[in-house]
Design a protein around this ligand. Structure first.
Ligand code: BJW
Length: 249
């Protein structure tokens, strides 16, 4: 672990273009449940009932109630040491791109700015008719928000079977294709197309570093795998990379 940490720190300090892909595990230590695994949302709720266009068409009140409940959890949560470490990488490595599957807003609250949110934002609603998009403050009275034209709005989230925002995909693809170091943090790496970004980077010769307490389908491809919590491992790597002079890799 010690040697691996030093090596990863050297790669971080020396890389010209760093990209990270994060998933629900990065927010686990902020108290936000993951989707799969122990305590995961999909262990209690069926995705088909809550996170698909047909679920919303069938019962928009149920879907909104579930998202309001989760907004409450996200609003009460605070960014953890992993979010802070990623924001610090951006300060030190200006070309850094952070691709997140998370909709909780914690990366932004931690200070990350070059951020690509590929699955949407739980604090926004989008009109199902005109596409109008607005922030939800939590103070709204109505269960189902409406746009100024009176049409039903939905959570601005990418559900199963839906395409991801075109701009986000293009930016994530571009960054992945030109990365020379790609960090995969706290994701089961089974949901596509997000899980393809590290594969694109690896294909183009990038080094792949994974941080996750569990193995994932990407583990066999990783140049280094850290089996641990993001909020413990990432600050360690970032401290080593940027707090002291680094020898050549
Ligand atoms: C820690 C930790 C700690 C714990 N520290 N780590 C190719 C093949 C087969 C199917 C498909 C395919 N391409 C597309 C599909 C269909 C589908 C898909 O991928 N399905 C797979 C499940 C098989 N993809 C889609 O439908 C996507 N759209 C699409 O592809 O459009 C084109 C198209 C249309 C029609 C047909 C075909 C193609 C859209 C995907 C949208 C995903 N949406 C969700 C829900 C959002 C709703 C919401 O938030 O309410 O996004 S699903 C859910 O999974 C959420 C997450 O962003 C996403 C990824 O999950 P994540 O983040 O990896 O979380 P977990 O829980 O899975 O993992 C947590 C990890 O953290 C674990 O590994 C832990 O070990 C770890 N961990 N504690 C570090 N402390």
């Amino acid at each position: 672990m010690e040697d691996h940490a030093n090596l990863a720190a050297r790669w971080l300090a020396g890389a010209g273009s760093i990209v990270a892909l994060t998933g629900a595990g990065v927010s686990a230590e902020s108290g936000i449940p993951t989707f799969r695994g122990e305590g995961g949302l999909w262990r209690t709720y069926r995705a088909e009932d809550l996170a698909t266009p047909s679920a919303f068409a069938r019962d928009p009140i149920l879907v909104w109630e579930w998202y309001r409940y989760r907004q409450g959890i996200c609003a009460a949560a605070a960014p953890n040491a992993a979010h802070a470490a990623l924001a610090r990488i951006e300060e030190r490595a200006p070309g850094f791109t952070l691709i997140t599957q998370n909709v909780d807003g914690l990366h932004r609250r931690a200070g990350s700015r070059n951020l690509v949110e590929v699955h949407g934002d739980i604090f926004r609603a989008r009109c199902t008719v005109c596409g109008a998009n607005r922030e939800l403050t939590g103070a709204e009275e109505e269960t189902i928000p409406a746009c100024p034209g009176g049409h039903t709005m939905r959570p601005d989230i990418v559900w199963f079977g839906e395409t991801l925002p075109e701009n986000a995909i293009a930016k994530a693809h571009r960054a992945s294709a030109s990365a020379d170091l790609f960090l995969v943090i706290g994701t089961s790496a089974i949901v596509y197309p997000a899980a393809s970004f590290p594969l694109i980077a690896k294909d183009r010769g990038a080094r792949l570093v994974e941080v996750n307490p569990e193995e994932t389908p990407l583990t066999p491809l990783a140049d280094l795998s850290f089996r641990g919590k993001a909020a413990e491992i990432l600050p360690l790597l970032v401290d080593r990379a940027f707090s002291r002079p680094v020898e050549d890799s």
